[in-house]
Design a protein around this ligand. Structure first.
Ligand code: AMP
Length: 372
């Protein structure tokens, strides 16, 4: 029987020897990575036994603008519920600390995958790129721009499906109300950002998507330079090389994304209609069918089987529903989402088996990609 009364972390203590460190209902397993102000830990929920990633932020080390950024990241994540975007499960906060509990992407970063396995075949890249595109399209439809799309922020789950992560540079936008903050990583940044101009958020993401597609297919960056000014010059001129192995259709699509004038850049709707994207009908099908399993998108439409399981675990049904309706992101909603994830995972495994994993291309070789 589980009895819960609060949404705080409870303990983050070093318990008696041999037992794992705990944060709330989570047992810490190991460190996944470290950022500037945060450490990301792999942890397991004690009730559902599901693995999660917990970003632990020491608020005392942040200035007010960075803290604001973190709160905006959380605010954005609360709005996003998509199979190709890392799902937020719970937020716990004390006076000094913030714990952001999210879905765990078991196979890590696309960046590391490419570094150890080399570039992808165009067939494999197409499947991944459809999933990435669906995630970014979903964000834009919700008036959210990511502004830091790169292979380090594209994570891979246990089934090698894409999970878009890190909304640290994310922001809300309205069409016709341009943004101006410098964002992202230089090799993925659009010319208008380098030039310090005001920009339309979605067009910025499309440029970065062009760089991402190039990296998937080539295993190297389209724009690089020994120094930032050299990189800036290449980007603002839109100069990049097309390797011999890239197909004409793929080159055509990349060239339409990497257009220096943002107003002339291809749109997401047009990318979906491009010949290269449609060359394998199973690629959009897989991305789309996974998106359709994105249930719980309607408020009040909660999974009865999950609520019943929770009831048998002694978790109050009404409080769970209230927590979900109020976007409380507390222990109740976390257990609900974690159990729901298991159902989703089961369905997604079934779908992956139906669609097949996608072959690796001949000539693929380990790649040297500089981390940004
Ligand atoms: P970040 O501070 O978000 O850049 O994350 C630091 C490191 O943790 C990165 O190397 C990420 O690959 C890893 N990481 C962050 N979130 C997750 C997650 N949800 N699943 C797996 N690894 C993650």
């Amino acid at each position: 029987m589980v009895i819960m009364s609060e949404s705080g972390p409870g303990s983050q203590s070093s318990p008696p020897h041999g037992r794992p460190l705990q944060v709330g209902f989570y047992e810490i397993i190991r460190t996944l990575g470290k950022g500037n102000f945060a450490v990301v830990k792999l942890a397991r929920h004690k009730v559902t036994k599901t693995q999660v990633a917990i970003k632990i932020i020491d608020k005392t080390r942040l200035n007010s603008s960075n803290l604001e950024k973190i709160y905006r990241e959380v605010q954005i994540m609360k709005l996003l519920n998509h199979p190709h975007i890392i799902k937020l499960y719970q937020v716990m906060e004390t006076k000094d600390m913030l714990y952001i509990v999210t879905e765990y992407a078991k196979n890590g970063e696309m960046f590391d995958y490419l570094t150890s396995n080399g570039r992808m075949s165009e067939g494999e890249a197409r499947k991944k790129f459809w999933q990435i595109l669906m995630a970014v399209d979903y964000c834009h439809r919700h008036h959210i721009v990511h502004r830091d799309l790169k292979t380090e922020n594209l994570l891979l789950d246990a089934n090698m499906n894409i999970k878009l992560a890190d909304f640290g540079f994310g922001n809300f936008y309205n069409s016709g109300e341009p943004l101006s903050t410098w964002c992202g990583s230089p090799p993925y940044a659009a010319p208008e950002v380098f030039e310090g101009k005001e920009y339309e958020g979605p067009q910025l993401d499309i440029w970065s998507l062009g760089v991402v597609l190039y990296v998937l297919v080539c295993g190297s960056l389209p724009f690089d330079g020994a120094s930032l000014p050299a990189l800036r010059q290449r980007v603002t001129e839109g100069r990049f090389r097309i390797p011999f192995f890239m197909s004409q259709d793929c080159e055509n699509l990349i060239r339409k994304m990497l257009v220096v004038d943002p107003a002339k850049r291809i749109t997401i709707a047009q990318i979906k209609q491009h010949r290269w994207m449609l060359a394998d009908p199973s690629a959009p099908l897989q991305a789309l069918s996974l998106s359709i399993t994105d249930y719980n998108s309607n408020l009040g439409d909660y999974s009865e089987p999950v609520l019943s399981i929770m009831q048998t675990l002694g978790i109050d049904r009404q409080r769970t529903i209230e927590s979900l309706q109020n976007s409380s992101y507390n222990h109740f909603s976390a257990i609900y989402y974690l159990l729901l994830e298991r159902v989703k995972e089961h369905r997604s495994q079934q779908l992956s088996r139906q669609c097949g994993p996608g072959p690796r291309g001949p000539g693929a070789h380990p790649t040297r990609l500089p981390r940004r």
